[in-house]
Write a protein that binds this ligand. Structure first.
Ligand SMILES: [Zn+2]
Length: 145
């Protein structure tokens, strides 16, 4: 190594974080939670169908054209599992919201806040609409006051 070191650039190349092992671990967890809940499996075991899908997903991740800079598969614009499998994958990744709280509290809280923001905006919109309707109905009363 030392012999070659002088031929290498002195500056260390920027390290790109490899999140793939982490993502794989998360996916495995999500699959386990989903399969245990919906297919009655337990422990480290998955039903054959989920196991098959998981294997496909893990293999595809390793061969991802984006390499280690890849987005997470559930956010990828063109996931490579095929349409039907991608659908199943997303279902598995996005169900079981309450259990998520224990595994990824920050993500869940963020999601909750986003949902709450959405609900609140919707509530305000509906309230405005109903207030307008009420104002119309009571328009005559207000004129009297
Ligand atoms: Zn299953």
């Amino acid at each position: 190594m030392r012999i070659f070191s002088r031929f290498l650039p002195k500056k260390k190349p920027v390290e790109i974080k490899n999140n793939i092992p982490k993502e794989k671990a998360i996916i495995k967890k999500r699959f386990a939670i989903y399969c245990h809940k919906h297919h009655g499996t337990g422990g480290d075991k998955l039903c054959p169908k989920c196991q098959g899908l998981l294997m496909t997903v893990l293999t595809k991740i390793s061969r991802c054209p984006y390499g280690i800079t890849k987005p997470t598969c559930d956010r990828c614009e063109r996931p490579c599992f095929g349409e039907a499998k991608t659908k199943e994958f997303l279902t598995i990744m996005h169900t079981g919201g309450t259990r998520m709280l224990f595994t990824h509290p920050i993500m869940t809280v963020r999601q909750k806040l986003m949902d709450m923001g959405y609900d609140y905006a919707k509530y305000q919109q509906e309230k405005k609409a109903s207030d307008k309707a009420k104002a119309k109905e009571k328009g005559k009363d207000k004129e009297k006051k």
